[in-house]
Structures are given as structure tokens and as C-alpha cells.
Design a binder for this molecule. Structure first.
Ligand SMILES: Nc1ncnc2c1ncn2[C@@H]1O[C@H](COP(=O)(O)OP(=O)(O)OP(=O)(O)O)[C@@H](O)[C@H]1O
Ligand SMILES: [Mg+2]
Length: 360
């Protein structure tokens, strides 16, 4: 199978040639670690190969994105950018209206939790839907205009998008359906997402077929960066952490020297015992399997909303480090899904109109 190159020197070697096509991948890491630069490399590589590429920007307006990329001498004129930032600006305005403080950092999640509780901000919860609609429209217009599908899509970032979603269960279901929608576009998608805490398992990490994790830490007076591949389904990969430099021509991963974090690591895992790590892995595996079955059930239009809600509870328990409870719920979801998928009639042959969903 042809690989989809990221265009980052060193990273494609780590990925055994590149991503597998038409699947969603996640790039995670703290602020300033190089997520946006990596996403830009990925899109630039597509443009170089004459592939239609789309950037959905939520963090920075398109003009800033292009200006930042120009500092590397990259011409991104052929890149289609969907500007999803106006909602962020609306959010900023709302904030002054409800007077919850003065400085706004879109990454300040705790602040946002406070704001979310305001009924005024609820109005912005349509954002996930509207972004999905924007992408859908752009996709079909592009197909009509050029008879070509977008080959590469980058979403920068999921973290910003999620800020406008409701707290708790519904937001997870919303995000799950958004990710399913992305997967169905059959483009290779790069989803930028912060994951500062290993225990905070966000939906995209389960649905993503792979995760590239960016690291950034302070070593004396130097800021150091590195990169590792956390998972890559269906392929062999280099699982060591390698140093990253961002210079005049973008990002380079040095393969000769595996990186060792020295100095203060902001993303260290203090106090996480071996037993806890194993528990995390085991629960993650069950949740991951449940999510794959949810995808399957959706494809076959089997009603499973109750299972999705239960899974959200499992994920919440997981975040609270109540692994026993998380495992119990996830296993119950797993057996429910197996049962319903086994009982459901076989999928209709291709070409038949889909059955209307049954409301349970
Ligand atoms: N033209 C350039 N030359 C050298 N270094 C640059 C250049 N552009 C950006 N950088 C460096 O790359 C770093 C990573 O930038 P990037 O925007 O990719 O981070 P990020 O992970 O997306 O952060 P955030 O979560 O805040 O969006 C910047 O902090 C900056 O130091
Ligand atoms: Mg960024």
C-alpha cells in the first residue's frame, strides 16, 4: 500500500514510509512543541504532490497561518483553509460580557469550564456541528468543481473545537460522531490535539489510527523538543523518542540519537507505578475495542446511544483514575455491543437505500 509521507525528514522513516492512507491520525503535545509546524509539513508535502489539501483552522486565522508558514519560505497559496476561528472570537466577546476575567488563553481549560456553565455561552455549542457542516460543504463543492476529493486534511486543533462543546457525556458523543464523519471522508487526516495528561484519554486518541506525540522540556536554559510515535495501527514503526529541531526550513527529526529527557519534564509521569501503567493499558484496550464496535454499529445503523452514554461514563471514571469502575462499565459496553451486532440483520447490499434508524 502506498504510504502518505508527512514530509518531515526522519519522521517518515520512523513511520516506515509514512501514514497509511485515508485514516485519521493524531498529533499531540504541549503548547509550542511543534504540532502546527508538523501539520503544515504534512499539507505542504501534499501540495508538492499536487494533492488537494484542506486545513481547518480553529487556533489562528488563515492570514496568520500563511504568514507563519512564509517564515519557512513555504508558499501555501494552493492550500484551501477553512476559517473556523470566528467562533473563537465570538467566545472572546462573550467572555467580556459575562465578565469572568480579563486575559483569555484558548488553552486555559479550567477557565473555559467556568465559562461553559453560563447559559449565554451555551449558544456556541453548535460549533462542532457547524464546523462539520463547513467541511462537508467544502468537500462536496470541491468534488463538484474539480472531480477530485481532498486527499489530506488537517484540523488545528481539536482542543479549541472541544472548548465549545458541552461538558460531560454529550460532548463526547458529539466528538465521537465528528471523528466518525472525518473517517468517512476517506482523506488522510491529521488531528492536532493537546494531551498533557496521559490519563486524560480523549475520544480522538481512541479513534485515531495512530498518534505522534511531540515533547518539549527545559534543559538548563535550553528548550528542547523531541517526538515519539505512541501508536500506529497496521504498521511497524520506530518506537524510540528522537530529538526534533525547528529551524529555517521547518522541522527535522534526528534519527541517529534517541532522545533522553533531562532537566524538568513538564509531561513526566510522577508517581505512576508500573501497575498503574498496566491498568491504563488494559482499560484503554477495552475502551478502544468498544469504540471500534461503535463505529461498526453506526455503519450498520444499529441503535446504541445507551451504550455510547455508558462508554462516556467509563471514560469519565478512567479520567478520575477509577480504573476498576472504568473497566467494569467498558466490559459491559463490550458485551452489549457484541450481542447487538450479532443479533442485527446483515448489512444491506451496496446500492440499496439505508434503512431508517430505529429509535429505542
Ligand atoms: N520560522 C521559524 N523558525 C524557527 N522556529 C520557528 C519558526 N516558526 C515557529 N518556530 C518555533 O516552533 C515552535 C513550535 O511552534 P508550533 O506553532 O508548531 O507549536 P504548537 O505545538 O502548534 O503550539 P500551540 O499548541 O501553542 O499551537 C514555536 O514555539 C517556535 O519556537
Ligand atoms: Mg499550534
Amino acid at each position: 500500500m502506498d504510504r502518505v509521507k508527512t514530509g518531515v525528514v526522519g519522521l517518515d522513516t520512523m513511520l516506515n514510509g509514512g501514514f497509511l492512507p485515508a485514516r485519521p491520525y493524531v498529533v499531540s503535545g504541549p503548547t509550542g512543541s511543534g504540532k502546527t509546524v508538523l501539520a503544515a509539513h504534512f499539507l505542504l508535502e501534499g501540495l508538492r504532490l499536487q494533492e488537494p489539501c484542506l486545513l481547518v483552522t480553529l487556533d489562528e486565522p488563515p492570514i496568520e497561518v500563511k504568514a507563519n508558514m512564509a517564515t519557512f519560505g513555504w508558499n501555501m497559496d494552493r492550500l484551501k483553509i477553512l476559517d473556523a476561528t470566528p467562533d473563537v472570537r465570538a467566545h472572546k466577546r462573550q467572555r467580556s460580557v459575562i465578565d469572568v476575567g480579563t486575559s483569555l488563553d484558548v488553552r486555559d481549560m479550567e477557565d473555559v469550564t467556568d465559562i461553559r456553565q453560563s447559559s449565554q455561552v451555551r449558544a456556541l455549542e453548535v460549533t462542532v456541528h457547524s464546523v462539520q457542516k463547513m467541511i462537508k460543504q467544502e468537500f462536496s463543492q470541491h468534488l463538484e468543481r474539480t472531480k477530485q476529493r481532498y486527499k489530506r486534511i488537517a484540523i488545528d486543533s481539536m482542543t479549541a473545537l472541544k472548548m465549545f462543546s458541552m461538558e460531560g457525556q454529550d460532548s463526547r458523543i458529539l466528538i465521537q460522531s465528528f471523528l466518525r464523519f472525518l473517517a468517512e471522508l476517506e482523506a488522510t487526516t491529521l488531528i492536532v490535539s493537546e494531551r498533557l495528561d496521559r490519563r486524560k484519554l480523549e475520544t480522538e486518541f481512541f479513534l485515531g489510527r495512530g498518534e505522534i506525540r511531540m515533547h518539549k522540556w527545559i534543559d538548563g536554559s535550553m528548550i528542547r523538543r523531541a517526538l515519539s510515535i505512541e501508536k500506529f495501527r497496521g504498521s511497524a514503526f520506530d518506537d524510540k523518542m528522537h530529538p526534533v529541531t525547528i529551524g529555517d526550513r521547518g522541522m527535522v527529526v534526528a534519527l541517529d540519537a534517541p532522545s533522553q529527557i533531562r532537566g524538568t519534564s513538564p509531561e513526566g509521569k510522577p508517581g505512576e507505578s508500573l501497575l498503574e501503567t498496566r491498568l491504563i493499558d488494559e482499560v484503554s484496550n477495552v475502551i478502544e475495542s468498544v469504540m471500534r464496535q461503535i463505529e461498526e454499529a453506526h455503519r450498520r445503523q444499529i441503535p446504541i446511544r445507551d451504550v455510547e452514554v455508558a462508554l462516556s461514563r467509563a471514560m469519565l471514571a478512567f479520567q478520575r483514575r477509577n480504573y476498576q469502575k472504568a473497566m467494569k462499565i467498558a466490559l459491559a459496553c463490550d458485551s452489549q455491543l457484541r450481542e447487538r451486532i450479532a443479533e442485527a440483520p446483515p448489512p444491506p447490499p451496496v446500492g440499496m437505500p439505508p434503512r431508517p434508524p430505529v429509535i429505542r
